[in-house]
Design a protein around this ligand. Structure first.
Ligand code: PLP
Length: 426
């Protein structure tokens, strides 16, 4: 996807310099080819390899009309976690029969929306949601398929802020037998629900399989207990997402098959040992599909050298368009796109333009000596950049372009100053 030619960085055959000239900076740039390659890996290693499976894109990673339409064309499902994501999918004409709805505090408005649009399944996150949803189903005469999101009480080897499966988590139903088993029975017996089974999501940017495999053991025991206690066959199991990608040279991500094969083998083995029917299996990755398909382009502005300390190169964006470094110390690699072949003999901090000291996009970046006016390309910014963008300091949200067939296409316009005050009143 990224190549250099004549000292210039190219994205799928399109010059980064021309992209910046045509669309301005900061700019989110996506490679459709890379998105499709990532989808193909999921197809080859999961969907085509194992029958009775599906894969949903966790659209929180990058939720746009374009993405929903592409995912539909590619035959994938979509996982939404809010009315806004659901609305976007529906506006893109994404079939509700392939939408699942996650989230730890779905509002009544959102649950009603989900029922009205007819999403295929709702992942129930907690006890109060179960009763709330049941009432809404009863009131409207609708029946909905549900899974329980389980907190499997496993720790994961990732940043504390993106671990989600440990016992003390705001997500999911805890494993306490006194809570869980009565709830399973309730869901099985309720006329409002078709109880499908269990879901977990143990964390994000995972670079090994440990937490998935530990969480799987918890689900297997639950499947068996559900059969033994209630005579009920679990129909569905969702392994969540979290499959890590390469941000910097120190990341060694696994492939999809590294996660999926041991999960599917263990599931098959457990089911045949215990005379259980192997359930339908699904996953819901976000970052794996979109993360390395995106880069961000920034114009370098002021350079501040503190003799004997360090050099800051400031860019025309920052934590407003990529808050991950400020939020949980996420690391990125970058290059100067107009000096792509030159030796990287400088070390600088790339700072954003926001009024926060934590607005440092990259610390200690090894790059060519930066100068005002250079174009910086930050790699693997496709996930949770645009989708977490905000208007702090009233900075506008950048435009998004996608490259396909060596052509760039605008898929999100740059926010205007007028857009920013559209809903304000004096
Ligand atoms: C429930 C759930 N599913 C899937 C995902 C996607 O995670 P990732 O982008 O790391 O694959 C998340 C991320 O927060 C999540 O909370």
């Amino acid at each position: 996807m990224l190549k250099t030619n004549d000292n210039t960085l190219f994205v799928d055959g399109v010059s980064a310099l021309e992209l910046a000239d045509e669309f301005g900076t900061p700019l989110y740039v996506y490679s459709e080819h890379r998105i499709k390659e990532n989808l193909n890996e999921i197809r080859t290693s999961f969907l085509n390899k194992y029958p009775n499976t599906h894969a949903a894109y966790a659209c929180k990673a990058f939720c746009t009309l374009y993405m929903c339409k592409l995912l539909d064309e590619e035959g994938f499902w979509i996982d939404v976690v809010s009315g806004g994501e659901l609305f976007t999918a529906i506006k893109a004409k994404f079939p509700p029969g392939r939408i699942e709805f996650n989230g730890n505090n779905k509002s009544e408005e959102e649950l009603v929306m989900a029922l009205d649009y007819g999403v295929e399944r709702i992942v129930v996150d907690n006890v109060s949601e179960l009763y709330h949803l049941e009432k809404l189903c009863m009131d409207s005469g609708k029946k909905v398929k549900i899974l329980f999101r389980i907190t499997p009480a496993v720790t994961s080897d990732t940043h504390e802020y993106i671990t989600t499966g440990r016992k003390d988590s705001k997500f999911g139903i805890p494993l306490d037998e006194d809570i869980l088993y009565p709830l399973i029975q309730y869901a099985i017996e309720s006329k409002a629900f078709e109880f499908l089974g269990f879901h977990f999501h143990v964390g994000s940017q995972l670079l090994d399989t440990k937490s998935h495999l530990s969480a799987l053991e918890v689900i297997l025991e639950l499947m068996l207990a559900t059969k033994q206690k209630f005579g009920y066959d679990i129909k569905d199991f969702n392994m969540g997402g979290g499959f890590g990608i390469k941000y910097t040279d120190s990341d060694n991500p696994l492939g999809i098959s590294d996660f999926v094969d041991p999960i599917m083998n263990r599931l098959d083995e457990f089911c045949s040992d215990n005379n259980l029917i192997r359930p339908h299996v699904s996953m819901e990755p976000g970052r794996f599909i979109i993360g390395d398909a995106g880069i961000q382009l920034y114009r370098i502005g002021n350079i501040k050298e503190i003799p004997g300390v360090k050099t800051y190169a400031s860019v025309d964006g920052g934590m407003t368009d990529n808050m991950r470094p400020g939020l949980y110390g996420a690391k990125y690699d970058a290059t100067i796109a107009n000096k792509a072949d030159e030796p990287k003999n400088a070390v600088v901090d790339i700072s954003g333009k926001c009024c926060e000291s934590t607005d440092i996009l990259i610390k200690n970046l090894k790059c060519t000596k930066p100068e005002t006016g250079d174009l910086l390309a930050v790699f693997s910014t496709g996930a949770y950049g645009f989708s977490m963008a905000n208007n702090y300091n009233k900075i506008r949200i950048p435009a998004v372009v996608v490259i396909s067939d060596e052509k760039a296409r605008l898929i999100v316009k740059r926010q205007s100053y007028d857009d920013m005050i559209l809903n304000e009143m004096i």
